[in-house]
Design a protein. Structure first.
Length: 768
């Protein structure tokens, strides 16, 4: 039963409305029924949610009838703190209000009502590592080969099924090929393991409540009577299971307030459905929609740039973005010669900003791919700038990079037992813990190096012939790599260089295939990080100080002769150990933040640099040719731009190493969508820009080889010819436009209208 409405409700409400804009006040004043708050970045989303909750209580709604759902525990705690502070001033209490994440809400329901969910109340929740182990066990129990059915791929398929509310039986009924039938078999076994352990995984915390609410009318009736007011933050990030939970909870009272921004929907790759917010009014025809477009975070220039960019998307709810702050500085757009020049430009600029009084803690470098942090980390350490890699791991501390470096350390010194321990069975090659412990035991008993013992492992008691064969092949692989290190002479004249060695190690060891096999977003990132490690080796200048075997006079500055690939390798490994040192420079003024664009959502900084604004990076190469994916990439840049409060830089490199080869790049198409009057643009060596892009053949790092590029493509697709695109179908070329950002073509497609596309990535086929 609701609390009686206090006679002084009007007086209690006044402080809750003070300082709000008319649009914000209309959200707080909304009397009841479905409400969609289309809130742009920096428009006070948390403010309107918390003020609305406090207002409901001040009007007499019992606190225990109010449920607020969000996506992070931090956001939930912040909301609770604000609500309590608001009500304290009004002499009221928030006791009973439930503010939590969707997953916490599901867990609470399942523990409170175990009989309705058919699970013991003391169930355990598997974390990511536990879930991975359980999936591996299920694969083996299902008599499947983990090499043919990687746990990451099986886990991703099961997770997708659960978010679509498909249990093992439902998934099996739809399985139509060998792969999906194998997933279904594993799914059954996995669920049986969970039941045996009285456990659930993270996806169960969404799936089970959604199915229970859908299929149990009595349970749904009890819960809808309990919570009569539902408020959801970041609604654009909900998936199907979350949508269904929310929809069923308000099926009676229909008092649902959702706050979100379709323009910030950037998690489609992990199941978020932008249609939930775009189609809210179709689901609730009587819904009231209130746009919040006034930005209180950023300057007018930054807001205008973000607004111009995002208006190019079709999947959105239009709203006018305006800024409450001053005009501010123009946006720095910088196009540099290469990735090191790009990083140096950003660091130099940030140093100037820091000297003017802005602390490092108010600065951030944002990137689309985690691998881009590597060069920035090296330069920041060299310059003595304190930094952290937020919501991620320092480049040289990432598991896949450490695995690869472990192998390279064996090339330099096969007696490195720490490296051996790390990589002996990574990727899995049949050398289990028992076999390895026997190798270690033999080495200790005979006082021999482990590497020496490995070369006669077949004679060790207790090691199977299969494991002995695997150890023999491992030894041969490392010895083959080491045979390349005997080359001497000028490094530029050698048949192989350091990057060739690193690339061969990554390929021969199986790391590249191992990390690519899962096909998840995380797997793609790991493969890109391995590629970046090859580029790091290619980029190493070959300093000779403190290299093993040099005499004192050589260390004092003379050029050692002959120079060896072996010495180059030792120098690189030494430089890595210094870069990976986690000691921070004096953090009295805070530390600069390096983070991915995805991780930056919800944060804000005085100074922001979005780096790597290039085709195939932002937008990512996997989005090319997919209009929906391109729109999500544009939203990702929109999120990055709107993290900046005062100053914004957008940078790109004209060339960038990929797997040890230097490739020409094209500036991101998104930068052309920002009005020039908002930009302070500078390009290095601008006169050579067009030529470098029209000669777009990949070449090794340091090479000057050039080949045909944009000019050749333009000749292949002259104005007037018919072409076919894999997505848009048949069209006729209307214009060819050579630009610094890449040669583009304007094509009139029969069914999709006029499109402007970049020829280098369009995959066009000429029909006549």
């Amino acid at each position: 039963m609701d609390l009686p409405k206090p006679s002084s409700a009007a007086a209690a409400l006044q402080p809750l409305l003070a300082g709000l804009t008319p649009a914000q006040r209309s959200v707080v004043d909304h009397r009841g029924g479905p409400l969609l708050v289309n809130a742009g970045p920096g428009s006070g989303k948390t403010t309107v949610v918390t003020h609305r909750i406090a207002s409901l209580i001040a009007e007499g709604v019992a606190p225990w009838r109010i449920l607020g759902l969000t996506f992070t525990n931090k956001a939930a705690e912040e909301m609770r703190g604000r609500v309590e502070a608001l009500l304290e001033h009004a002499g009221l209490t928030a006791e009973g209000v439930l503010l939590c994440t969707f997953h916490s809400f599901g867990a609470r329901l399942m523990r409170t009502l175990p009989d309705d969910f058919g699970i013991p109340p003391r169930f355990v929740i598997l974390d990511a590592a536990d879930q991975k182990s359980a999936i591996k066990q299920a694969i083996r129990a299902a008599n499947l080969d983990p090499k043919s059915f990687p746990p990451a791929s099986i886990s991703a398929a099961i997770s997708t099924a659960k978010n679509q509310l498909k249990n093992a039986e439902a998934y099996e009924s739809e399985a139509v090929d060998f792969l999906t039938r194998a997933v279904a078999k594993t799914y059954h076994t996995y669920e049986a393991r969970l039941r045996e352990q009285e456990a659930v995984d993270f996806d169960d915390l969404l799936m089970r409540p959604a199915i229970a609410l859908r299929d149990q009318p009595e349970l749904r009736a009890r819960l809808t009577r309990r919570w009569t007011h539902l408020l959801i933050d970041e609604y654009q990030d909900t998936n199907y299971a979350q949508f269904l939970v929310a929809d069923l909870l308000v099926s009676e009272a229909r008092n649902v307030t959702v706050v979100g921004d379709p323009d910030q929907s950037i998690y489609g790759w992990r199941g978020a459905n932008i249609g939930n917010i775009l189609e809210f009014e179709m689901r609730y025809p009587d819904a009231k929609v209130i746009p919040l477009g006034e930005n209180f975070r950023s300057t007018k220039t930054i807001v205008a740039a973000a607004d111009a960019l995002i208006r190019n998307n079709e999947q959105r709810k239009p709203k006018d973005l305006v800024a409450a702050n001053d005009t501010g500085q123009k946006i720095r757009v910088r196009r540099l010669d290469d990735e090191r020049a790009e990083a140096q430009d950003v660091v130099d600029h940030f140093r100037e900003v820091e000297r003017s009084g802005t602390p490092w803690s108010e600065m951030a470098v944002l990137y689309r791919m985690n691998a881009l942090s590597r060069v920035f980390e090296e330069i920041l350490r060299r310059e003595g700038v304190p930094y952290i890699v937020a919501k991620g791991t320092s480049f040289f501390e990432r598991k896949e990079v450490r695995d690869a470096i472990g192998y390279v350390r064996l090339v330099a010194n096969p007696r490195d037992e720490v490296a051996l321990e790390r990589v002996i069975n990574m990727p899995p090659r049949g050398i289990g813990a028992t076999s390895w412990s026997r190798v270690i035991g033999e080495a200790r008993a005979t006082s021999q190096p482990v590497w020496d013992v490995m070369q006669s492992s077949s004679r060790i008691d207790g090691i199977s012939s299969r494991a002995a064969k695997a150890i023999e092949q491992f030894v041969e692989m490392v010895q083959t790599w080491r045979s390349t290190l005997s080359q001497t002479g000028d490094l530029e004249s050698l048949s192989v260089d350091l990057s060739d060695v690193v690339q061969r190690v990554i390929d021969d060891s199986g790391l590249a295939v191992h990390y690519a096999r899962g096909g998840t977003e995380e797997d793609h990132d790991r493969v890109e990080n391995l590629d970046e490690l090859v580029s790091a080796a290619a980029d190493f200048p070959g300093a000779v100080s403190h290299l093993p075997g040099l005499t004192d006079d050589q260390m004092e500055g003379s050029d050692p002769s002959p120079r060896t690939l072996d010495g180059h390798l030792f120098g690189w490994l030494e430089s890595i150990s210094l870069v990976a040192d986690s000691d921070q420079v004096d953090p009295s003024r805070g530390v600069l933040t390096l983070m991915s664009l995805h991780a930056s959502k919800g944060l804000e900084f005085e100074e922001v640099a979005v780096v790597g604004c290039e085709e195939s990076i932002l937008p990512h190469m996997r989005s090319i040719g997919d209009s929906s994916a391109i729109e999500e990439e544009r939203r990702l840049l929109f999120v990055g731009i709107t993290r900046a409060k005062q100053r914004l830089s957008l940078t790109s490199a004209k060339s960038r190493p990929v797997r040890g080869f230097r490739e020409r790049t094209m500036e991101s198409q998104f930068l052309c969508e920002i009005p020039e009057e908002l930009i302070d643009r500078w390009e290095s060596n601008a006169s050579a820009e067009t030529d470098s892009f029209l000669n777009h053949e990949s070449s090794p790092v340091g090479s000057s080889r050039r080949g045909p590029g944009g000019r050749r493509l333009a000749n292949l697709f002259p104005v007037g010819c018919l072409v076919e695109h894999e997505q848009f179908g048949v069209g006729r070329v209307e214009a060819i436009m050579p630009r610094p950002s890449g040669t583009t073509a304007r094509i009139d497609f029969r069914y999709d209208g006029v499109k402007t596309i970049i020829l280098e990535y369009a995959k066009l086929e000429r029909l006549e």
